[in-house]
Structures are given as C-alpha cells and as structure tokens.
Design a protein around this ligand. Structure first.
Ligand SMILES: [Zn+2]
Ligand SMILES: [Zn+2]
Length: 482
C-alpha cells in the first residue's frame, strides 16, 4: 500500500475540530469521515492515493457506550447503515477521534478499535476495501490507512491537507539530510517545515511554455517533490525567447517531455510525470491532474482552463491560474510599442476565491469559439459573428521577462499559501493580482460578486459525484474504487 494523501475542506476540518473539542467534560469524541479514494497511477511518480473527504458524521450519543478524557467505546451495530452507504457510494470509511489530554500517537486501544471496524466493514463490503484513521491531538492530525487484506498493517499518510488559505498541512515527513543543503536558503527564509510541506505536495503544471516552464523549473529547485507536466504542444522556434530548459535541438519535440528531461537533469529530488495530451479530451491526462494537490494553469487555452476551473471543486484542489494580457500599438515612428501589459495570478480554493468565469478570465462564448475553431480552423470572424461567438481573452506578446516574472510571482504565491509572508494592501484581492509591467504597479480587478455563479457561489461542483469524469461522457468513466 502506498503513502496516501488525505484532503479535507476547511469547513470539514473546522466542523471536525469544533465537534471533537467540545465535549463538556473534556472526554474523547469520535466522528466518521467518508472519503472518496482516487486511486490513480501516474508514470514516473510513486503511487499515492488521494482520499478526499466527502462527508463528516459526528457520532450520535446513541452509538456511544462510554467515554472519558482517555477512552472512547462505541457500538458497532448502528454503524452498519454507514457501511452500507460506503459500498453503495464507493466511499472509504474513516474513523476519527481525539486525545484531549494527548498523546498525539495512536494507542494500542486505537489499534484494536480500527481492526474491529475494518473487519466488520470488510465482512460486509469485501476484501478490496481500505480504511482511514485520523487522530486529533495537540492541535495536529495524525493519520494512517489500513487495507482489509492486511488489517494489522498500518501505513502512515504522506500528509493531511486542509484546503484553506493558508493551506494547513499535517503529518508531512521531515527532510532527510541529503536534501537539506539544496534547500538551505528556502529553510533560512521560511523555516524547515515550509520546505518539508512543499516537498509533500504533488503539483500539476498544465502548459509548459512561457509561464509553465519557468514555474516548473523553479518549483522543482524550490523543493516540490512531484510534478506532473501536461501539454500536448510541440516546441516551436518562436517559443525559444521565453521558455526555460528547452533548446533549439528540442524544436518539433513535445515540450512537456523535453522539460521533464531537463528537470530530471537538474539533479534535485523532484520526480516528474508527463502527459503529452489534453485534459479536456484524454482521460489519462485528467486523471493525472486529479491526482495533484495543487494545479497551476499555465495555458492560454480556454477549454483547458474551463476543465481546471471545475476540477478544483470536484477534486478539492488549490488552483493557481496564470495569464498575461496587453496591447501593442504602433507609436509615432510606426514601430510597435507596449501600451499596456500585465501578468495575472488567480488563486482559487474550493471554498474561497472567485472562479475563473467570475474573474473574467474565461467566458462561455470564448470556450465555444475555441471548440468550433478546433473543428474548423479556417472559420472566419464573420462566421463566428453569425453564431454569436467571438474570440476572447487578452492579447499577450509573449516576451520572456514578463512571462517569467508572472511565473515567479505565481510560485511566490504558492509559498505564501504554505507560509504566509505577504501583507496585502486593502486594494488587492488575494484571489487575483495583476502585475502591471508598464505602469509599475500591482492591482486587482473588481470582484464580480455573482450570487448566481454555479462554481464559486452555489458550489454545484464541490465534491461532485462523478459517473463520467467531471460528468463529461467524452472523458469516460473512472472506476476509482480499486
Ligand atoms: Zn485513541
Ligand atoms: Zn464564479
């Protein structure tokens, strides 16, 4: 069994902690969390299942035999209804409890309880199931996973991630000696836990050009332990003015593959997986994306952004989207000049930040236009107009210092989400900053505050139940319960 990663929404974490700590006599309490298990293998990366919390169920008084500050004893029979739900909805049973007086280690009694529960569930639901145990003690989560095939065996999770701003990351592994020299400066600036937390993350980078390649190379150097590079584009000669790690000899080859080769050669501890396809049409690419804790959108593709903008809710991810905008106009001498130019960093969490539609980054019309152009590359502006469609987005000249600077700011934004260091002035929104390269200032667009938005207001896609991936038949069905 692999070292899994657990993900809780901020609201789930708060609900659990508030409940566990609220016993009037300070007794232990327990809850059940039902997890969705994403069991996805990505070539080049160690297997690491993601367990995404779907539902929090505090123990009913009637289910409890007795409790004290140092013990918790419960009945099995009332839980059978929940075992049934696990089978029907393909969810993993998680047993959560606290030690109000410590220690922050699982006890021998916890072992017994977990094995009893696991056996009872597996008697009903079969031998292929897994089981999660989480312990809240001394203000940290400890967590481990068991499999029905070997109930006595426990595998500690790689981390428990709470998708809030800042991120909360528990149970990460402390660095081994041989990495500490490379990350000495990062540790000096932000502390060793920062480096270790960064190292526990799997980060997907979609688009490996002007913004994706600098983000990925610097992110690898900073200590991200696993990268997934997703891009189906070939390197063009005209990309060489701004990409990192790609050479003239790579022109005509897949950017993502060549970037992986470069990053592998840097000789830092990162592992890199590659998908040379599109997340909107290749199920493997979408699965690789879903396996990530953090997704960084480095594409100018509206269709791809639309997918990431749903995925962040469906798969409980931090999504950082990068883009550039600007306008070039001829000056008095007839030479082109930059009239305005900015880099944008959007930071969206499942329960905070406006979605890309509300931020004005993507628009249904632009997505439709792009889809139509894929089918019919020669379609004219007039034909688009007849269909009430239009090209959209920003013109961006694609010049190295600006694309690179935007990527650097995005990585620094990820740092700030792990170890907050920024002091945002009131005029800036944390979910969207623009770096204006011409007027030399930071700014944010006005919030749209669309009370009807299905993404960031109604959260219709949050922890969405999938039959087809993201409910898109073209992406096929995923059997995540393996
Ligand atoms: Zn215990
Ligand atoms: Zn929205």
């Amino acid at each position: 069994m692999n070292a899994a990663r657990l993900t809780l929404l901020g609201s789930q974490h708060d609900e659990l902690v508030n409940y566990l700590e609220a016993h009037p006599e300070g007794n232990e309490r327990a809850a059940i969390v039902l997890f969705r298990r994403l069991h996805i293998s990505v070539d080049g990366l160690p297997d690491s299942d993601r367990y995404i919390a779907q539902d929090v169920i505090p123990f009913d008084e009637a289910w409890i035999n007795s409790s004290s500050p140092t013990h918790f004893d419960f009945k099995l029979a009332p839980l059978r209804e929940i075992f049934r739900r696990c089978e029907e909805e393909k969810l993993v049973f998680g047993f959560i409890h606290n030690h109000p007086e410590g220690p922050d280690e699982f006890s021998i009694k916890d072992d017994e309880n977990e094995i009893t529960l696991l056996r009872a569930i597996s008697n009903r639901n079969g031998k292929d199931i897994t089981f999660v145990a989480m312990l809240w003690a001394n203000n940290v989560w400890k967590a481990r996973v068991r499999a029905a095939a070997m109930p006595e065996n426990t595998v500690p999770v790689r981390h428990t991630l709470v998708t809030t701003d800042p991120l909360k990351i528990y149970g990460y592994k402390e660095s081994s000696e041989d990495h500490s020299e490379t990350h000495k400066r990062g540790a000096a600036a932000f502390g060793q836990p920062f480096v270790d937390m960064l190292q526990s993350l799997r980060v997907g980078v979609v688009g490996t050009g002007g913004t994706g390649s600098p983000f990925a190379t610097l992110g690898a150097r900073a200590g991200i332990s696993e990268l997934v590079l997703i891009d189906d584009d070939d390197l063009a000669l005209s990309n060489l003015n701004r990409v990192r790690g790609l050479k003239r000899g790579d022109v005509g080859d897949k950017k993502a593959r060549k970037l992986k080769d470069f990053i592998d050669d840097i000789g830092v501890s990162v592992k890199v997986g590659v998908c040379e396809s599109k997340i909107d049409s290749d199920p493997n690419a979408l699965d690789a994306l879903a396996s990530c804790d953090v997704v960084v959108g480095c594409t100018d593709d509206f269709i791809g952004r639309d997918v990431m903008n749903i995925a962040l809710y469906a798969y409980a991810q931090l999504y950082i989207d990068l883009g550039l905008g600007g306008r070039v106009m001829d000056d008095k001498t007839g030479q082109p000049g930059l009239r305005y130019h900015f880099g944008r960093i959007s930071t969206i969490l499942p329960e905070s930040g406006e979605c890309l539609f509300c931020q004005g980054v993507i628009h249904e019309k632009w997505i439709q236009t792009q889809l139509l152009k894929r089918e019919n590359p020669n379609i004219t502006k007039e034909e688009l107009k007849e269909r009430y469609l239009e090209d959209g987005g920003e013109e961006a000249p694609g010049v190295g210092p600006f694309t690179s600077a935007t990527a650097d700011f995005a990585l620094a934004t990820l740092f700030d989400l792990i170890k907050p260091y920024r002091r945002y002035p009131p005029v800036l929104r944390k979910d969207m900053i623009q770096v204006d390269f011409v007027n030399m200032e930071f700014r944010s667009r006005q919030t749209k505050s669309d009370n009807e938005c299905p993404y960031c207001r109604h959260r219709k896609f949050l922890l969405m139940k999938e039959t087809y991936r993201l409910k898109r038949p073209v992406l096929g069905k995923r059997d995540e319960y393996v």
